[in-house]
Design a protein around this ligand. Structure first.
Ligand code: ZN
Length: 167
């Protein structure tokens, strides 16, 4: 397994729309494993392939306290939603910033697993937030798109400054 480099906002590659995965090959399974390793190391609770500069429809999440409940979702699609809930979100691509985002509270998702088999999952609470956040990445959408333009520009400026200092 290998740790992957995570793109940071405002990198324009985070705005690419991911393509569907037509065949769950060993390469895709390895990518899922590498993404899980990268997510756990960060540490984070979710990661989309878009964030590691692979523009294919694959996300990984694990919201368990023990970090022993990884879920791999390939070509995830929201089948139904229920309710609404505001929760604080952060993002490995926007380190150090957290904002409230309102999303459906419960979702039913259809996806393909790491073995290539279709499954559906009903998610609520943190898992629902996390899956929706990661699915947004596949559309080139970030949690800062839900907040005010002024706040987003402030975060953008601070991150650019931080990235320059690191370079
Ligand atoms: Zn994110």
């Amino acid at each position: 397994m290998a740790r992957l480099n995570i793109l940071e906002f405002p990198d324009p590659r985070l705005r690419k729309i991911a393509s569907p995965i037509t065949d769950v090959t060993g390469k895709i399974a390895t990518l899922a494993d590498d993404m899980l390793e990268t997510m756990y190391a960060a540490p984070g609770i979710g990661l989309a392939a878009s964030q590691v500069n692979v523009h294919q429809r694959l996300i990984v999440v694990d919201v368990s306290d023990e970090k022993n409940a990884p879920v791999v979702l390939i070509n995830p699609q929201i089948v139904s939603t229920d309710g609404e809930r505001a929760a604080e979100e952060g993002c490995l691509s926007i380190p150090g910033f957290y904002e409230q985002v309102t999303r459906p509270a419960t979702i039913e998702v259809a996806a393909i697993n790491r073995a290539g088999d279709p499954f559906t999952l009903v998610a609520e609470d943190m898992l629902a937030v996390c899956i929706q956040h990661e699915m947004d990445h596949l559309e080139g959408r970030l949690f800062v798109d839900y907040i005010s333009n002024a706040k987003r520009q402030m975060i953008r400026k601070k991150l650019i400054k931080q990235q320059r200092q690191q370079a």
